[in-house]
Ligand binder design. Sequence first.
Ligand SMILES: Cc1cc2nc3c(=O)[nH]c(=O)nc-3n(C[C@H](O)[C@H](O)[C@H](O)COP(=O)(O)O)c2cc1C
Ligand code: SF4
Length: 641
Amino acid sequence: MFFQKLFTPYKINQCEIKNRFVVPAMVTNLCDEDGNITEAFIKYHEAKARGGFGLIITEDYGVNPHGVGYKNCIRLYDDSQVPANRRLTDTVHMYGAKMFAQVFHPGRQTSSAVNGGVRPVASAKIPDAFNREIPHELTVPEIHELVGEFANTARLMKKSGFDGIELHLAHGYLLAGFLSTRQNRRTDEYGGCFENRIRIVEEIYHAMRAEVGDDFPLTARVSLTEDTVDGRQMQETMMIVKYLEKLGFNGLNLSNGEYTSYAPELISSTFTAKGYNVENAKRVHDFVNIPTIVANGINDPAMAETVLEQDACDFVGMARASLADPDMPRKAARGQLGNINYCIRCLQGCEGSLLEGNHVRCLVNPELGHETEYTFDEVTSPKSVLVIGGGPAGMEAAIAATRRGHSVTLWEQASELGGEFISAIYPPAKGEYANYLVFLKHQMTALNINVVLNQSANVDNVRAFGADKIIVATGGDPNKPNLKGIDAENIHFANDVLLGKEPIEGEIVVVGGGEVGTETAMYLADAERGHITILEMTDDIDAGLLRTVPTKRFFRDHEVTVVTHAKVKEFRDNEVIVDHRGVEEVISADQIVLAMGYHADNELLTALQAELSNVVAVGDVVEPTNALEASTSGFKAGYYA
Ligand SMILES: Cc1cc2nc3c(=O)[nH]c(=O)nc-3n(C[C@H](O)[C@H](O)[C@H](O)COP(=O)(O)O)c2cc1C
Ligand code: SF4
């Protein structure tokens, strides 16, 4: 047996959980606009139950129509909502998994836009820097009403067949806001001393317990540290967890942060160490006598087993790992570690999609959120499919088409698979991204896909190949502006620099402060290649979702100069001439790196479309976007080949 500890059952109160793999709560936006459960929501959870997770915790349920934190936030406050919830729990139970429901109130971390036009409420009138609205300070009668609503929801959750309830006391939401002096400035019986700040939690606990009985698991999610300027640190957390245990909570799910925490983030990016919470969780685990769960940046069963071996917790929360690969526990049980699609902590598909108001997605798992659509019924008349281009879009297309039963050949003009994504894994804090290419290559081999490397495509050889379907995934090319001096020998493309083809050093100017430009600057600064200056046309650099703040911190620490509002006019010997806020300036440069975006490399595509009728295009060859859109479009084209 691989991973003995991970596969040892354990109990939370009277509920036995078959293993230690936990899916912590995650917003999906897969419910409908009134927060009702949909088929897509059930299928999403079914995939994790089928994949072997022992305990699945739902996203955060609202207890009334205006206690919601995002567009399609799930809610439960009426008996009429029970049957759909029952269908959810029945489905998950079919696979031997247990399901807890998380219950919350967003407090100030919501907006009237998603909350049915109702202003957010909080312990005090301090706005959250993320949502920005000044909240209404709850009155005492309103607090009492809310306590009753939590109890009502608990009653309905038990009636719906959930195996337990997790009360959300973490991440800066309403109850975290009462607990923490960061938010709570009340001077009544709910503010000030610890006894007062925890009063609302105590009242909710007793009201919920009265509804569900002593044997039913009631657990709490707690941020170990709040990771903000005046946020809570461990010593106060120790006091809280002990109090929660004494109150009667049956378990603790240990997390960190709130909405405005950056590196360490609440949902960690690759700027935050893996297993960030483990050491603090161990302090709690050693201190209390109820089961604990820890999460954040544990995306690998080997690490999860190690965390259990350190006796840092009883269960391991693997939230995004379950998005990237819902079958991870099943694969871990068989020791198939190389076959796991690991979460690369890019935040693009999951958090990024939610922030844009879409349902949860995953860069490395295009099936996520589409479980009702991608059922993989085998096609009745298999085709011969030719995929041109071996980056993520091309490989996803080849994999999806093969899984449906088509016969697939992939041509890649380079000597290895990966396309532009290869250079994307070289900058600092991007090393985990290599996992995605490893997984795709592994799938190509496991599915026996015919890969031909060093194979260029043209109309003649594609026509001669005679495929029923041609999927073009040839990507994009870096932009090269038509400026005086652009062909000088000291001007390089960012991806060539990242791939080590251009060993430059000295006074280096990077033109473009987008993701590629900032990452190339980090790469050069980290390798101490010289002094780096970034020239950015707009008013700020943009290193991507949640990466800009830690990137700026890195630039400060490594003395990287960033010049904004700077438009390049001309390159001269060892000089870049810029228009900086309307004034011409000369910046000296031994070497210059172009990171000015991409354009579609569609010459072949246009030629093929003119000659052949069975051609589709995916990824950057259509329009340069990002790896998330590339993998999604590739997969879809392969699935519907
Ligand atoms: C898309 C997404 C939605 C989340 N929604 C919730 C939520 O509703 N409640 C909650 O307590 N945590 C939520 N989290 C935080 C996760 O439960 C978890 O703590 C975090 O992702 C770090 O763990 P991981 O590295 O295993 O993903 C969410 C995380 C993600 C990625
Ligand atoms: S989108 Fe990125 S961070 Fe989110 S689950 Fe997928 S791989 Fe992980």
